[in-house]
Design a protein around this ligand. Structure first.
Ligand code: DGP
Ligand code: NA
Ligand code: NA
Length: 210
């Protein structure tokens, strides 16, 4: 006998957006909400700074190490690849993953530096495709006013404008755009509805690849 729970796969739900769009807060609120519904759910984020590769990324972001743009791009990507099989196991075992950033950050941030977008996309191919991408939309100017940027490498207005342009290029019909400037409770509610719908409807779809 295989319980109903084990027959259902989890959903891969990604939140994307510029730095300071509120993603991290919304991710944890969504996880609490889904847990409250008795669902099996985990909070993930990329970069995952807890691996060796993640440590290299973290030091790069803190401006502590100089690496060329291509090398950094491949490190971020490798950081997703090193979590791929665990991700697949969790999803197949019925756990929904709420992921703070994924390949879209990878491509947008690197292409914003001037790297060719197709070159950036290539190594992401084969990673698990999300069931839902929630894009928290905010203007770079508005984001920069939110408590100010920290000291990390990418947290600069001009660069974030460029990232925003590339997010726009990547956006497709599977993305759900949520206005990040609405009151937080309203943003939260919209994301909850999108997530529940995605968890429901992914049951009929096999896992697929980017
Ligand atoms: P976070 O921990 O979410 O604040 O992300 C750290 C910074 O790294 C943030 O400015 C976004 C950026 N970032 C996230 N993923 C990638 C990626 O795959 N490639 C590049 N180049 N930057 C990324
Ligand atoms: Na950040
Ligand atoms: Na964040």
């Amino acid at each position: 006998y295989k319980g109903e729970h084990n027959d259902k796969r989890g959903a891969l739900i990604v939140l994307e957006g510029l730095d300071r769009c509120g993603k991290t807060t919304q991710c944890s609120r969504l996880v609490s909400f889904l847990e409250g519904r008795g669902l099996s759910v985990e909070s993930w984020r990329f970069p995952d700074r807890n691996t060796d590769i993640g440590g290299m990324i973290s030091s790069y972001l803190a401006n502590g190490s100089k690496l060329d743009d291509q090398t950094v791009h491949l490190l971020f990507c490798a950081n997703r690849w090193e979590k791929r099989s665990l991700m697949e196991n969790k999803l197949r075992n019925g756990t929904t993953l709420i992921v703070d950033r994924y390949s879209y950050s990878g491509v947008s941030f690197s292409a914003a530096k001037g790297l060719d977008i197709q070159w950036c996309k290539a190594p992401e191919n084969g990673l698990i495709a999300p069931d839902l991408v929630v894009f928290l939309e905010i203007s770079p100017e508005e984001a920069s006013r939110r408590g100010g940027y920290g000291t990390e490498r990418y947290e600069q207005l001009e660069f974030q404008r460029n990232v925003a342009k590339h997010y726009q290029i990547l956006q497709d019909s599977t993305w759900k755009v949520v206005d990040a400037c609405l009151p937080p409770e309203s943003v939260e509610k919209q994301i909850q509805e999108l997530a529940l719908e995605s968890i429901q409807s992914c049951q009929n779809k096999p896992l697929s690849a980017l």
